[in-house]
Design a protein around this ligand. Structure first.
Ligand code: TEU
Ligand code: CA
Length: 571
């Protein structure tokens, strides 16, 4: 196995709009990120992914881009971006931007020209189709946010355009080589500015099925989720190999794909040694319990479900493929609220969840606020909802017969707004995020949960993440924690997530001349004390989320939500 520069990195995702506002307009900005680079460096971050900051009407919070060669004035200037890339590099931090090329904004020049002349050159940049005989949309597809996936082409009655997301996000036609050239030119323009690479948005949608037809309705309204196109589409490898060859390989870029439909057997094709990307996110636990009916019908993901999903993904990836491991991101509820049962959610259990995820094989991706244990917000009313997909899901719940209260409770648990409340820096008004009025109200728990309080408490969630990151950088342990196989331990024990990171044999890496130490992570994911037998010599404790640890008669005592990391005595 050949080492790659990104194999041993720890990544952090920033949602710029909610990170830090430095000019009092209530919107986070690039200067806020520059100001916090020392904080990120001290945490131990060396890969930094920014959600989109390009010019956008913000119909989908920047994932609807109207100019790919720009920075939206809300976030700052291109000079700010250049300074951020340079300042981050000085701190050993590579910056990733968000590559959103399945669709653009309906306010992009290309779409305006397509509306002016659907039969012309720019009409070929999109999926424009005639409606059915009766004038209705070409197919019964429902977009990912709810609502039709086809909308009438402005100015051309009888014609429709496809948008698998919001109607202000028309899908780009990747079958058109001219469009692909435009995209490659833009990517390389950004790589020339010194980016470390990209996170690649919703990329599995770029290949559509050869024929467009209705799917079996999965809702009363006769619509079917657009995700079915992913099951039929063939040949995405042609686009993704071309993208890699033209844009990523020449720069040895780090790329992580947002692929939410991968099948286990496809992982090597996506992220193997000759894969399309360096990594893809492991969404197995995030997608556990989902239903096409809508969020109101989703099942909770309990600790045991989290463990089983995660171990299945680790098994599928093996040691050749590097998954990007997340607990949460800007599209998901806060992990502390999702995976830790009510009544058991505290700093200890948050640190346990951190250990369970961070020590896996792959690239750990922390999401802003996860490092201090931020939690879901409480929605008092529908009016408090900002996110388009949450509003769509609320409607779906009401149409399915939920009361307004039931619908609000259902969407609150899964709303993307949970991850988009302002970063909680300190206990001052608006959590130190802004001197103005935040675009989305902060979580009312910010006086208790904030960076300043975490920095002052040596037993805080933040300090535990710092310890985990330093453990993974320890020269004596790093090759095991980067390259060692994940092997479950006692996987049938209820609410126990324990796994080995196996020794990497001498010679497996060209510069590795002796076997690396074996490591065991044992996480008690429940509120009950337990004892687990320890393998011989596995007695040296490297890290624990509690000040007390007990090994007695060859067994490890685990207190409620205790996480312990061990290696062998003679290591
Ligand atoms: O997310 C794609 C997306 O929404 C997936 O979560 C998908 O809807 C779901 O998993 C299918 O089951 C990306 C961005 O992360 C998101 O913020 C954007 O809204 C979206 O694409 C459109 O750009
Ligand atoms: Ca601002």
């Amino acid at each position: 196995m050949k080492r790659k520069w990104w194999h041993d990195k720890t990544a952090y995702q920033i949602y710029p709009k909610s990170f830090l506002d430095t000019n009092g307009d209530g919107i986070g900005d690039l200067r806020g990120i520059i100001e916090k680079l020392p904080y990120l460096e001290d945490l131990g971050i060396d890969l930094l992914w920014l959600s989109p900051v390009y010019c956008s009407p913000m119909a989908d919070e920047g994932y609807d881009i109207s100019d790919y060669y720009s920075i939206d004035p809300r976030f700052g200037t291109m000079e700010d971006m250049d300074e951020l890339i340079a300042e981050a590099k000085k701190r050993g931090i590579a910056v990733l931007m968000d590559l959103v090329v399945n669709h653009c904004s309906d306010e992009h020049e290309w779409f305006k020209r397509a509306c002016a002349d659907p039969e012309g050159r720019y009409g070929e940049y999109f999926y424009i189709r005639d409606g059915r005989e009766d004038g209705t949309a070409p197919t019964n597809w429902r977009n990912y946010f709810g609502g039709p996936a086809w909308d009438p082409l402005p100015g051309h009655p009888g014609k429709y355009y496809l948008h698998v997301f919001h109607k202000k996000q028309p899908d780009l036609n990747w079958e058109n080589p001219e469009l692909r050239e435009e995209i490659y030119r833009n990517i390389n323009w950004w790589m020339e500015k010194g980016l470390g690479g990209f996170r690649i948005d919703a990329i599995c949608n770029i290949k559509k099925p050869a024929a467009f037809h209705d799917y079996e309705p999965d809702r009363e309204d006769g619509t079917a989720s657009v995700r079915h196109i992913l099951e039929e589409a063939e040949g995405i490898d042609v686009f993704l190999n071309e993208l890699k060859r033209r844009c990523f390989e020449p720069y040895d870029a780090f790329t992580v794909g947002e692929v939410f439909n991968e099948r286990a057997e496809e992982i090597p094709m996506f992220i193997g040694q000759d894969g399309f990307f360096c990594s893809i996110f492991d969404f197995t636990a995030n997608h556990y319990g989902r239903s096409d009916l809508g969020w109101y019908a989703w099942k909770p993901c309990l600790p045991g479900n989290y463990r089983d999903c995660t171990f299945a993904a680790q098994k599928a990836a093996g040691t050749e493929c590097f998954l990007s491991n997340i607990i949460e991101n800007h599209d998901e509820p806060r992990g502390a609220s999702r995976y830790i049962p009510d009544g058991e959610r505290d700093d200890t259990s948050k640190k346990a969840l951190a250990a369970a995820s961070f020590l896996l094989h792959g690239i750990p991706f922390l999401y802003q606020g996860q490092e201090i244990g931020m939690e879901n917000k409480r929605f008092g009313s529908y009016e408090e909802i900002s996110d388009v997909s949450t509003k769509g899901e609320y409607q779906a719940a009401v149409e399915a017969g939920c009361s307004k209260e039931e619908a609000l409770r259902a969407v609150s648990a899964f709303s993307r707004d949970n991850a988009r409340t302002p970063m909680q820096w300190d206990g001052s008004p608006h959590a130190g995020f802004t001197s103005g009025t935040p675009w989305l109200m902060e979580n009312e728990n910010y006086k208790r949960i904030n960076v300043e309080a975490n920095l002052q408490d040596p037993e805080s969630v933040l300090h535990f993440y710092r310890k985990l990151i330093r453990l993974k950088k320890d020269p004596a342990l790093k090759d095991t924690l980067v390259y060692g196989e994940t092997v479950p331990y006692l996987p049938s024990e209820e609410n126990l997530m324990a796994y080995f990171r196996k020794s990497v044999p001498a010679g497996w890496l060209d510069d590795l001349h002796e076997d690396t130490p074996e490591i065991l992570a044992a996480v008690n994911m429940c509120g009950k004390k337990r004892r687990i037998p320890l393998p011989e010599k596995m007695r040296k404790i490297l890290l624990s989320n509690l000040p007390v640890q007990e090994i007695r008669d060859g067994a490890l005592v685990l207190l409620p939500w205790q996480a312990v990391v061990l290696t062998k005595e003679d290591a």
